[in-house]
Design a protein around this ligand. Structure first.
Ligand code: SAT
Ligand code: MN
Length: 595
């Protein structure tokens, strides 16, 4: 224990970067922690943090035989999801944040946050967490430093990013890093602010201990600040999974797909093809975020800046995501799921039947008769990507992977067909920009309302959304061989309210069609919405429930529904009107004409 105690009591700076030292000193003077711990990312340090977190009741060690290296955590019940109403983009001009973001001037917000963070770490430890977003040695990689007083955040950041010495090595003596400060405060919703200062490359997050609000590398840096940096530097930061499809002849094709939170990105990225796809394999590059830039060969190349998965637990099982079930058996932190008496975990939609008794996500005794959910609908697993049996080896390639297709998809019970292809890049940008999706439990608020969620970036775009669309159109000029763009909807329902499409592994059939199109192997019908699959080209072998009638229902385009859909685009277009690229208006007119 001696070594661990001394590790935890505080440590010497493990970098001599003068910009880092000065900034940490300034923040420490503000927050007044009792100790400062400079994280090195080592295994010994991780062990010591785990011991301390268990001793303090922040983590519970799970059954060491069944879940080696796994821990259980409960967040404050008032703090279980991202809070869009408390998330701010603080630019000097309000117009730079745009109408889809909450805005407060940096001056005002810094002052408010200064009051909240002054002395906020008294008696506590401030952890200095250096991390990389992206593989070491990649020209795309960015350095972040997060100062936090939460040991749960430190342990989670160690999973989600490349954390420790590797980041100092990458940074050298440069000043080019994102500065992040996180203080738990009293975890009260009234004092919860997730603030971004893109012009200072900095983030201050207070009053929350929940993933998306506090693992600052993820949404805050990789998407909100990332999208800002990307526009300035000529690349793209997107809310997209990345996967590789390997054909029996060994050829790999890479695809990016944007779906809103809780719409199955993790499941899709880890998909196992149906048995009839002999020799086909899906490799995961990333499950949430893609950084993409034009390569010297004129194609669009993408990296996954993350190193772990922060996946939704409920509904994850051996059918929906067998690879995830494998990878979360080790080294995983579970948050807000149910805890069984034998030190294992459970959630709604697990392979195991509901336990006869357990503790629910709030620590209350639960039985199947309780009439409430045992796991919170937004409960999560945090697991390192190395444990994924289908992790793409290319994930550490500094150049990333070349993209053949970009897929947009929302959660829509009606209106939107299973799959169609954009006529070209501009039309594809229009499809992404007008994407709608039903809201989920990933953010606090009402669930199941259709809202516009352009490119699945509504909560994550760090600047004016109209200019973001402009950036998408402009990028085409530096990508001579752009990926083709598709739209999918796994969630369409029949008149009986049941899903029409089985989803999960069977999404391989949609991927097959998409790749067939990208590689010029199959034709398609030209329709009002885009190119649509011909029945005879679409592989439905071993899926007897999808007969011709059901396929037509899945692909149906109802003009009345689409007229309503187009009217509902207007709501977003009006808000963004000032910076809305004209191309979007023209695309809309063309669509109306085709209808
Ligand atoms: O909660 S997170 O923002 O980290 C995940 C998500 O909502 O996409
Ligand atoms: Mn996400």
């Amino acid at each position: 224990m001696n070594v661990e105690e001394s590790t935890l009591r505080g440590s010497q700076p493990n970098t001599d970067n003068s910009h880092v030292l000065a900034w940490v000193e300034e923040q420490a003077r503000l927050c007044q922690p009792a100790h400062i711990h400079w994280c090195d990312g080592s295994v010994a340090e991780k062990r010591a943090f785990e011991e301390e977190a268990v001793a303090k009741g922040i983590l519970i060690r799970l059954n060491a035989e069944k879940f080696p290296g796994c821990f259980y955590h409960r967040s404050n019940p008032n703090d279980v999801a991202r809070v869009e109403q408390s998330t701010f983009i603080c630019t000097r001009n309000e117009d730079d944040a745009g109408p889809t973001n909450n805005w407060v001037s940096p001056k005002l917000m810094y002052a408010r946050l200064r009051e909240l963070t002054e002395g906020a770490m008294r008696g506590r430890t401030l952890y200095v967490v250096p991390y990389l977003m992206g593989p070491a040695g990649s020209p795309m990689t960015k350095v972040g430093v997060e100062l936090t007083d939460s040991i749960y955040v430190v342990l989670s950041m160690r999973i989600m990013a490349r954390m420790g010495k590797v980041a100092w090595d990458h940074l050298g003596d440069s000043d080019d890093f994102s500065r992040g400060l996180h203080c738990l405060l009293d975890v009260h919703p009234d004092r919860r602010f997730i603030c971004h200062f893109p012009q200072d490359n900095s983030i201050i997050s207070v009053g929350s201990g929940y993933g998306g609000n506090v693992l600052l590398g993820k949404k805050c840096l990789a998407l909100r600040l990332g999208s800002w940096l990307a526009r300035d530097e000529g690349w793209m930061a997107e809310h997209m999974l990345l996967l590789g499809v390997e054909a029996p002849d060994g050829r790999k094709s890479f695809i990016a797909a944007a779906f809103p939170s809780q719409c199955g990105k993790t499941n899709f990225a880890m998909m196992v093809p149906p048995a009839r796809y002999v020799g086909w394999r899906i490799w995961t590059v990333g499950d949430d975020i893609a950084w993409m830039r034009p390569g010297p060969d004129g194609r669009l190349w993408a990296i996954n800046p993350e190193a772990g998965y922060f996946g939704v637990a409920p509904g994850t099982n051996g059918r929906t995501n067998p690879n995830a079930m494998q990878l979360i058996k080790r080294d995983t932190i579970f948050t807000n799921v149910a805890l069984k008496p034998d030190g294992t975990v459970w959630w709604e939609g697990h392979d195991d039947p509901a336990p006869s008794e357990c503790l629910d996500w709030q620590g209350r005794p639960w039985t199947p008769a309780s009439g409430e959910k045992a796991a919170h609908p937004n409960s999560r697993f945090t697991a390192p990507m190395e444990n994924n049996p289908m992790l793409a080896p290319e994930v550490t390639d500094p150049q990333g992977v070349p993209l053949e297709a970009i897929i947009f998809g929302g959660r829509r019970a009606t209106t939107v067909p299973l799959v169609f292809e954009a006529f070209n890049w501009s039309h594809g940008v229009f499809l992404g920009a007008t994407m709608g999706s039903e809201t989920t439990a990933a953010a606090t608020g009402q669930v199941g309302q259709v809202r516009r969620d352009p490119m699945a970036m509504l909560p994550f775009c760090g600047y004016n959304m109209g200019r973001y669309f402009r950036h998408w159109f402009d990028m085409r000029k530096s990508i001579p061989f752009p990926p083709r763009i598709f739209n999918v909807n796994w969630f369409r329902q029949g008149a009986d309210g049941k899903f029409l499409w089985p989803g999960f592994g069977d999404n391989m059939r949609v991927l097959q069609w998409i790749l067939g199109r990208c590689q010029g192997r199959i034709g398609a019908n030209e329709a009002a919405l885009g190119w649509v699959p011909r029945w005879e080209d679409f592989d439905l072998t071993d899926l007897p429930e999808i007969d011709r009638a059901r396929f037509d229902e899945l692909q149906a385009m109802n003009p009345d529904e689409w007229r309503r859909e187009i009217l509902s685009h207007d709501e977003l277009f009006m808000r963004l009107y000032q910076h809305l690229p004209k191309e979007l208006i023209f695309q809309r007119e063309l669509l109306v004409a085709r209808l």
